[in-house]
Write a protein that binds this ligand. Structure first.
Ligand code: 2AL
Length: 243
């Protein structure tokens, strides 16, 4: 089985981190193809970043469709372009936020999210509402680290995430922590040990969910809103996305 794990930002070092985390949990017969868009923001930490990154995600799905892909993972915690990506393929498409929320509710009644900057907390809160998980989440906390600090200043970033995780454990009454950024994928075990709670990380959660759906032969429904988009020309610099 081939899973295309798309890092929606264009930082190659983060794509490598995400790909390595995905490979660590993938079944022996699963091949992980870790990719990123050709162009777009180097990190995603605003609504603007997300809107631009979503186009890159969709281009990556189109590429995957020419490469016999069995499932896709969108490896940014805002799940940018998730429903649009599902329209483009029959293969399962899993966002890391939705994957982490699902798995967290199977091991704890309540969880808190620890994400990067506080300006991104509203993105996670909107997803919790949209997906129907809001009543399971006690709080979306920010470690106040820019996304790229996870690559460039990892020790300081890790300290801040652990501090916030310990606060969640002490103050929020939660049984688990969800990590709120794809770039945290290599820190999961260290954070879990330091905080003393189960830590659900979205890249690894999404890979295992994708494997489950493919094994069960559950494909993205083409009945209704997730049907392939009606063929039509696109103009200008999006001409390549039309039909
Ligand atoms: C993210 C993420 O997962 N990747 C990225 O560039 N930004 N999310 C976040 N909340 O900071």
């Amino acid at each position: 089985m081939k899973i295309r794990v798309v890092n929606p930002n264009t930082t190659a070092a983060m794509t490598d981190t995400i790909g390595a985390a995905a490979r660590r949990v993938a079944a022996p017969a699963t091949r992980i193809v870790a990719t990123q868009p050709d162009s777009g923001p180097v990190s995603i930490e605003s609504h603007f970043d997300e809107a631009i990154a979503a186009v890159g995600v969709l281009e990556e799905v189109r590429r995957g469709e020419r490469d016999a892909t069995d499932a896709y993972v969108i490896a940014c915690f805002g799940d940018p372009g998730l429903l649009a990506a599902r329209e483009l393929t029959r293969a399962p498409v899993i966002g890391i936020a939705e994957a982490a929320f699902h798995l967290a509710t199977l091991i704890a009644t309540r969880f808190s999210v620890v994400t990067t900057l506080s300006r991104t907390t509203v993105i996670a809160e909107h997803l919790l509402q949209q997906y129907g998980f809001a009543h399971h989440c006690r709080r979306v906390r920010a470690a106040e680290i820019p996304v790229l600090d996870l690559e460039h200043d990892t020790d300081a970033a890790l300290r801040r995430i652990v501090e916030e995780g310990r606060r969640a454990k002490a103050e929020d009454g939660v049984g688990a922590i969800v990590l709120g950024c794809g770039g945290m994928a290599d820190l999961t075990d260290t954070i879990a040990d330091a905080v003393g709670l189960p830590v659900v990380e979205g890249v690894t959660a999404a890979v295992k969910l994708a494997e489950s759906l493919v094994s069960l032969r559950l494909a993205t429904s083409k009945h209704g809103d997730l049907a392939f988009p009606r063929p039509k020309p696109f103009t200008g610099r999006f001409a390549h996305l039309g039909a």
